[in-house]
Design a protein around this ligand. Structure first.
Ligand code: G
Ligand code: G
Ligand code: MN
Ligand code: NA
Length: 254
């Protein structure tokens, strides 16, 4: 069986599940968030990471139907998470170009919120800069519909590849997720540190929350905290984990 055939079978057999990685605020008055990351429980190969199949799901178009399931499943699970610090945790969902093009995302999201009772400000949709480059008229329209629902928009992998300030100007995201590549410069490159600090200052001026990704060390965490970065995500706090473990994590770390 080819990978594409296997994936089609896997969608039919519902072999996918969502893992969650904490996104931790560096200020107490902000809620904890979690990024939903898809995993494939393969009957023989075991747990398979998204990087091994996400492009195939995109190219074959399977991501459209599965994407609707991802949005509903993430909202359904997030709606049941316990409060931490009297704040309700939020959930961030990756959405790919094909979903923007071939699904009515505003409708899918509206249904998911209605069915699960999750309030819109607890949901964040992550998009990549690459998506913003293509089909930009339609993308802008969908993003504005999502914003009108009260859902947050984040630009993922910010800074690598396709960054342009015109995207920030045009799409006015609520959040920027700075790619790990920049975080890795902390303690190694003074230039990279200044660049990070400049991005954080820009976010502050524009009222755009900054999330630093791929934070692995105490030095990185401390630097980002010192610069008043809004949120950090990475192995320093936790790896992506199954939903029941994330629920435990919330209770222990909230
Ligand atoms: O979790 P992992 O490191 O395997 O993720 C690899 C890539 O797959 C990341 O770029 C991530 O954004 C993407 N990805 C993970 N889960 C999802 C998902 O549910 N939907 C989409 N569209 N992409 C995802
Ligand atoms: O492209 P995107 O940012 O959506 O990819 C998220 C993926 O990055 C997660 O699936 C996770 O496996 C990976 N990731 C998260 N935190 C870390 C980290 O601290 N270090 C490394 N190397 N990878 C990370
Ligand atoms: Mn992401
Ligand atoms: Na990213």
């Amino acid at each position: 069986l080819s990978l594409d055939d296997e994936l089609e079978r896997a969608v039919a057999q519902e072999e996918f599940e969502l893992f969650y990685q904490p996104i931790v605020p560096l200020e107490a008055r902000l809620p904890i968030k979690a990024e939903a990351l898809i995993r494939w429980r393969h009957p023989v190969r075991g747990l398979v990471g998204a990087h091994e199949f996400i492009n195939h799901l995109e190219d074959s178009g399977l991501i459209v139907d599965l994407g609707r399931w991802i949005i509903k499943e993430a909202c359904r699970q997030a709606a049941t998470w316990p409060m931490t610090n009297n704040l309700a945790p939020g959930v961030c969902i990756n959405v790919s170009a094909r979903q923007f093009r071939f699904d009515d995302l505003a409708k899918t999201v509206t249904e998911a919120l209605d069915e699960t009772g999750l309030t819109p400000e607890r949901l964040c949709i992550e998009i990549t800069e690459k998506l913003l480059m293509i089909d930009s008229e339609r993308t802008l329209c969908t993003i504005n519909e999502l914003k009108a629902l009260g859902v947050e928009i984040a630009i993922d992998d910010f800074g690598i590849g396709y960054s342009s300030l015109s995207y920030i100007r045009r799409f006015k995201p609520d959040k920027l997720k700075i790619d790990r590549e920049f975080v890795m410069g902390i303690s190694n490159s003074e230039f990279d540190e200044r660049l990070l600090s400049a991005i954080i200052a820009m976010g502050d001026q524009l009222r755009i929350a900054i999330v630093a990704e791929g934070v692995e060390t105490l030095e990185q965490r401390d630097y980002l905290k010192g610069q008043h970065c809004g949120y950090i995500q990475g192995f320093f706090y936790a790896k992506p984990m199954e939903e029941s473990s994330f629920r435990q994590w919330l209770i222990q770390n909230g």
